[in-house]
Design a binder for this molecule. Structure first.
Ligand code: HGY
Ligand code: MN
Ligand code: MN
Length: 418
């Protein structure tokens, strides 16, 4: 039986000072010196970050379990039944900020610490998950660890994934000592709620304090390898060229045209372009380009992908190149559980009535947990809408209040039967 009155927890607050201190301490690991962080998945810095978070889990006397894809779970085994889980990731992109992912993990630890400090015993266990390789920046796809956890990607296939720097995921996992014993897929939690910075401009622009996240947009990642004819930059007439660099550039322009033509939530990004041999006076032999294409609507996302395929076919004919496509990620849009969204909206409104229901533009582990249990997310504003950038920033009091919403929603979820 739980020992708290749902109305009384509305007066509780997490230890904001400890949360902010821990965010800074974690940000020191892999610090890029400009306020940002670089802890690419399964690097030594990722290991050091994991070790620090595991140490904090042990300080809380949590049961710490590592699974076969390296996901780390700290569980306070109180009450009965499957746990209410929160969590996120602590791997970052190469030019990451302090808060993307880290905030949700550390706020989860704060929720448990606060319950312990105030003598609150939930009816169910509380668990904080640290999911492997959420960013997908080193090993695609993104949300890889949570995808394996929910059975969306076979463990062996995930372990054989090769990084952009040529390393096998399973080897890197073993090298950093996080190839855990717990099997994948893992057990479905009772419910899952993730606290995260918005990473976009909406909450700030519309002067909202919180986002009650309704779901996550669809994501399509492709890598195109464009092979042409390497040749001398000075002697080769333009009409005789088969130039992969030109084709890559035209692809980037075409993606922008698709986004402008579709409008709405359509976004298209070329994040990586590499040329071989990448020399000033050589028409490249090969260009490799990545396409990140997203939309909240699955049919529209498919339309964008079809346009890209048609464009590739046509420009192969026109330019005499060959294009090979590798699909790195493909997730359909996800809608969160209405009951969890309602809880987030209600508890956030208690603190500040400026709450917006909104989809997430970024991918999150919650979109994977939504496959196996009622899931949802809480957003707090991102200053200037900046993320995946050392300038990523959220006001301290906004982060503290976001963690307070997480506290209340998690405790509510321990009382809710689905
Ligand atoms: O790519 C994303 O949306 C997330 O940051 N992994
Ligand atoms: Mn994130
Ligand atoms: Mn991210």
């Amino acid at each position: 039986m739980s020992t708290f009155d749902p109305t009384s927890i509305a007066t509780l607050s997490i230890n904001g000072e400890r949360l902010l201190q821990r965010l800074d301490a974690l940000a020191d690991i892999g610090s890029t010196g400009d306020g940002g962080c670089c802890r690419l998945a399964l690097t030594d810095d990722d290991k050091a970050g994991r070790d620090l978070v595991v140490a904090w889990m042990h300080e809380l006397d949590l049961d710490v379990v590592v699974d076969a894809i390296g996901n780390v779970f700290g569980t306070w085994n109180v009450g009965h039944g499957s746990p209410v889980m929160t969590g996120s990731h602590i791997d970052t992109v190469r030019t990451g900020g302090k808060y993307d992912g880290n905030y949700g993990v550390l706020a989860g630890l704060e929720v448990i610490a606060t319950c312990k400090e105030f003598g609150i015993t939930p009816a169910r266990p509380l668990c904080v998950g640290v999911f492997t390789d959420e960013e997908g920046a080193r090993f695609a796809p993104d949300m890889l660890g949570s995808l394996v956890y929910v059975g969306g990607l076979a463990l062996e296939e995930a372990l054989d994934t090769v990084s952009i720097d040529g390393k096998r995921l399973g080897d890197e996992l073993a090298r950093i000592g996080y190839a855990g014993a717990a099997p994948c897929p893992g057990p479905a939690p009772h419910a899952f709620v993730e606290l995260h910075i918005e990473q976009g401009p909406v909450l700030e622009a519309e002067n909202h304090a919180f986002g009650a996240v309704t779901g996550v947009q669809g994501i399509s990642w492709q890598e195109l390898t464009i092979v042409g004819q390497s040749n001398h930059a000075g002697t080769t007439p333009m009409h005789l060229r088969r130039d992969p660099a030109y084709v890559a550039a035209m692809m980037a322009v075409y993606l922008r045209e698709i986004a402008e033509r579709f409008g709405g939530d359509q976004v298209c990004t070329v994040g990586m372009i590499s040329l071989h041999p990448n020399l000033i006076n050589v028409i490249p032999a090969r260009a490799t380009i990545t396409l990140d294409v997203r939309n909240t609507d699955e049919d529209t996302l498919c339309d964008a992908e079809n346009l890209i395929d048609t464009f590739c076919f046509q420009i192969e004919q026109d330019e005499g190149v060959s294009i090979t496509k590798r699909q790195l990620t493909r997730f359909e849009p996800v809608v969160f559980d209405e009951r969890v969204i309602d809880l987030v909206e209600r508890r956030a409104t208690e603190i500040d009535g400026r709450v917006k229901r909104m989809p997430s533009g970024a991918g999150h582990d919650a979109q994977m947990l939504a496959r196996v249990c009622p899931s949802g997310m809480i957003f707090v504003p991102s200053k200037d809408g900046i993320s995946h950038n050392p300038r990523e920033y959220t006001e301290p009091n906004e982060m503290i209040e976001g963690a307070n919403v997480l506290l209340r929603v998690m405790l509510d979820l321990t009382e809710l039967e689905f």
